[in-house]
Design a protein around this ligand. Structure first.
Ligand SMILES: Cc1cc2nc3c(=O)[nH]c(=O)nc-3n(C[C@H](O)[C@H](O)[C@H](O)COP(=O)(O)O)c2cc1C
Ligand SMILES: CC(C)CC(=O)C(=O)O
Length: 354
């Protein structure tokens, strides 16, 4: 039985969110939906896309647009990746296995969270066709961190996405109100299993460029830094040999009152030179993805929308959400007169009058 049995499946992302909300425990819905503090940044991410306009070109004979991209050697059929989010088994019993199968079906890249409720080996085995990247919170115990990296490598992950915006965990008041502190019995962060126990996840206040240098030395996987917002952090990132930057404010869940990611994007793109820049936060439409790419992002990622698809209708719901976004990207490119994202540029984006 699915939430949609007997009724039409949702045909929009908003419909998937409503279906997910109806199905999830309120504490779990609020864990997924919530943001830090007054949720200013959470709202800003979506609102900022709404303030940008598209300025299409006409009569360009561009044909049916291509939506595929190659990122760090991984091929994706669309420029919308799955951002790393924790605890998928709160949304569906198959958890990250179902999400990975949806990634394989739609041909996109799944960034698997270190806080996944299915171990990286089982995620990879469930979806042999999926392109997987692994998200890492470097732990103070470097020997343990290295064991996690080796597991990700052995499972076939094609990049390491190091989250650098979390030297402490943000306070989400919705979680506090529900008293949501931990996973229910029977679920745990399977990537933290180590020698017969499950280690606690540490948001290390000591994380520094030394950790990036150390990681660069122990793995040949490309390293993506997730959570860069200030252009002052770009030169050291390039000096440390990072392969890409992911502009992110953690979906408004860490420090409140940070800028919307699409507003922070141009300065990071300008500083990054040839190094690819990705973005997540508030992408809910194909037009949002196209605006971010016009402003220089190579691709975008979505967090909550995939969770809503998963909670509403398991693997099928997650795949449907991704396919909706892919089709919207294709249509937006066509209506902008573009044969592919390569034809986009800042001249196609304007600002709505306030
Ligand atoms: C429920 C939830 C769990 C998340 N877990 C992680 C995580 O484990 N690691 C991480 O780097 N980011 C995590 N994030 C942040 C996402 O990777 C991403 O930055 C954010 O969700 C993008 O915004 P969006 O949800 O508006 O698309 C999480 C976000 C949500 C909503
Ligand atoms: C388990 C958490 C640390 C995952 C996370 O990053 C989040 O909830 O935003």
């Amino acid at each position: 039985m699915t939430a949609t049995t007997g009724t039409r499946p949702p045909s929009t992302l908003r419909g998937f969110e409503a279906a997910a909300r109806a199905r999830l425990e309120p504490a779990h819905y609020d864990y997924f939906a919530g943001g830090a503090g007054d949720e200013v940044t959470l709202r800003a991410n979506e609102a900022a896309f709404g303030r940008l306009t598209l300025l299409p070109r006409v009569l360009r004979g561009a044909g049916v647009p291509r939506t595929d991209v190659t990122l760090l050697g991984s091929r994706a059929a669309m420029p919308v990746l799955i951002a790393p989010t924790a605890f998928h088994r709160l949304a569906d019993p198959e958890g990250e296995r179902a999400t990975a199968r949806a990634a394989a079906t739609t041909g996109t890249i799944m960034i698997v969270s270190m806080a996944a409720t299915v171990g990286i080996e089982a995620v990879a085995a469930a979806a042999p066709g999926a392109a997987l990247w692994f998200q890492l919170y470097p732990q103070p115990d470097l020997a343990f961190t290295e064991r996690v990296v080796r597991r990700a490598e052995a499972a076939g992950c094609e990049a390491l996405v190091v989250t650098v915006d979390s030297p402490a965990r943000g306070v989400r008041e919705r979680e506090v109100e529900h008293g949501f502190h931990d996973l229910p019995d029977g679920l745990c962060c399977e990537n933290l299993r180590d020698g017969g126990r499950v280690r606690p996840l540490v948001m290390s206040p000591d994380i520094s460029w030394r950790d990036i240098a150390w990681l660069r030395g122990i793995t040949t996987l490309p390293i993506v830094l997730k959570g860069v917002l200030n252009p002052l952090d770009v030169p050291p990132a390039l000096d440390h040999g990072v392969a890409a930057l992911l502009v992110s404010n953690h979906g408004g869940r860490q420090l409140d009152t940070l800028p919307a990611t699409v507003d922070a994007l141009p300065a990071i793109v300008a500083a990054a030179g040839d190094v690819p820049v990705l973005l997540d936060g508030g992408v809910r439409r194909g037009t949002d993805a196209v605006k971010a790419m016009a402003l220089g992002a190579r691709a975008v990622a979505v967090g909550r929308p995939v969770l809503w698809g998963l909670a509403a209708d398991g693997e099928r719901g997650a795949a449907r959400v991704l396919e909706l976004l892919r089709a919207e990207v294709e249509l937006a490119l066509a209506l902008c007169g573009c044969a592919s994202a390569d034809d986009l540029g800042p001249a196609l984006v304007g600002r709505a009058p306030c």
